[in-house]
Structure formats: C-alpha cells, structure tokens
Design a protein around this ligand. Structure first.
Ligand SMILES: [Zn+2]
Ligand SMILES: [Zn+2]
Length: 163
C-alpha cells in the first residue's frame, strides 16, 4: 500500500467524532485515533486535530481546533484503545528501545512529535507491522518498525503525548 499523505479527512464536529467512536466501540469494530499538531503530515493542516480512522468503513474523520485537544482525545482513546492506553503518571515504565528513546529526547527538546501506527493504519508505510513515527522538524521522519506490538515504546510515547 502506498502511503498518501495528508489523509483525506472528513471534517466533523467534536460531538460527531464522539458518536463515531462510540459506534465503533459498541460494534466491536476496528478504529483508532491520532492526535495531530499544526503542520503534521497526517492532516497537512495548520490546526490541531483528533483524527479517527474508521477502518471497517474505510473512512477517516477529523475534528479540528486551535485549542489543546488532548483532554478531548483521552475519552476517545479509552473507548477505542482501552483504558490502559492512557497510562497513569505513577505507572512504572519498562525501558523503550534505543531508537524510540532517542526520539523521546528529541521531543523533550521540542524538536517534533510522535505517532503510533498500528498494522492497519493508513499512515503506516510498513503495512502489517507496527511503526513508531517521529516527525522531527530538523531530521525529517524517524521510524522504529517492529513485527510485535512494541508495548514499552507505546507506553513511553503515550505518556509523552498525554503529559
Ligand atoms: Zn504528525
Ligand atoms: Zn492511523
């Protein structure tokens, strides 16, 4: 599958996005979220966004705003990815891989932002595998690709995203 970015996104109100996420969760369907920052290659948009890939539907929905969206993304992440996708601050983290550790350092320096790309994700240029993507403002796209779900890496990234 060829990666085509930005994704074609149907813009919706927040309430509509919540309804979509609830419907997917209630049906036991496949769907996942991305939170994006201005200039992110997923949206190519100057606003912040919560992007919902409705995998079964083959559609992508987005709620766009200029205000911080993490607090509004959290309940949707819990619906679609499970409660443990938003780790408590006190949870102990297992060590992430060296590549992702380096990306995390870059993020703490304000040099970019993360995405977790699952095997079905339209943004993932390695379909069928897991990719941790870091969009570095100086170094370009950095990736860490693995066959199995890289739980320790995901935990670290989620903590940084929702911090
Ligand atoms: Zn991005
Ligand atoms: Zn995705």
């Amino acid at each position: 599958m060829e990666m085509r970015l930005p994704l074609t996104i149907v813009e919706v109100r927040y309430e509509e996005l919540v309804a979509k996420a609830r419907a997917i969760a209630a049906a036991g369907g496949h769907g996942h979220l991305h939170t994006t920052v201005p200039g992110c290659r997923i949206t190519g948009d100057a606003r912040l966004a919560i992007v919902l890939e409705a995998t079964d539907e083959g559609a992508v929905y987005g709620f766009f705003d200029d205000q911080p969206i993490e607090d509004r993304a959290k309940p949707l992440a819990i619906l679609l990815h499970g409660a443990d996708s938003v780790p408590a601050d006190g949870d102990t983290l297992q060590p992430a891989c060296a590549a992702v550790d380096r990306m995390a350092d870059r993020m703490r320096m304000g040099k970019g932002h993360f995405h977790i790309l699952n095997p079905a994700c339209l943004v993932n240029s390695h379909p069928g595998r897991w990719t941790i993507l870091f969009e570095d403002v100086e170094l370009g796209a950095l990736e860490s690709v693995s066959d199995a779900r890289p739980l320790a890496d995901i935990r670290l990234v989620e903590r940084l995203i929702y911090a």
